[in-house]
Design a protein. Sequence first.
Length: 217
Amino acid sequence: MTLRIGDEAPNFQVETTQGRIDFHQWIGSSHAVLFSHPKDFTPVCTTELGYLARIKPEFDKRNTKIIGLSVDPVDDHQRWAKDIEETQGTAPNYPIIGDPDLKISKLYDMLPAEATPGKRTAADNQTVRTVFVIGPDKKIKLVLYYPMTTGRNFDEVLRVIDSIQLTAKHRVATPANWKQGQDVIIAGSVSDDEAKKLFPQGWKAPKPYLRITQQPK
């Protein structure tokens, strides 16, 4: 099953480093970031988990929960957390899913259906490097796949969440490289007459289809 933006995020019940959860209930009325790792005690992932722990307050400000996944048991995650704290300065302060039977990895199409617990190769590992952003409606808003040798840019994930939350509330889109507070684009579904009511401050239109206005509050 290939998951796409707009699909409902599959629900599951699973053990984590912070106890057993029902995924949809755990998300509740928040946004959520589910990010996966090929294996515990791996170098790039160690830096990622530590960095996410340091910037977790930024996700909290956005009413966004963080949850990790690794295809190792929860006990291994607990031991790995000590290494992460020692080398990165901060231990994970969010739950990490234990997925030794590969159930969640396959449910989210992170691994091929034929992957076998305990018999995976380095090539198989490469597929478990994903990021899903999920909305309060339990729909998938973003999917990212990264190669094994490239650490993920979680500042970009924050930027996307800012855009997702803004555009869900207002009838706008965000341009390339947009950041919080910068100008936005009036959605194509908004007529000029509607735009005059929605955006009384006005807009610039270098082309009729490209109407640039201040970010709504």
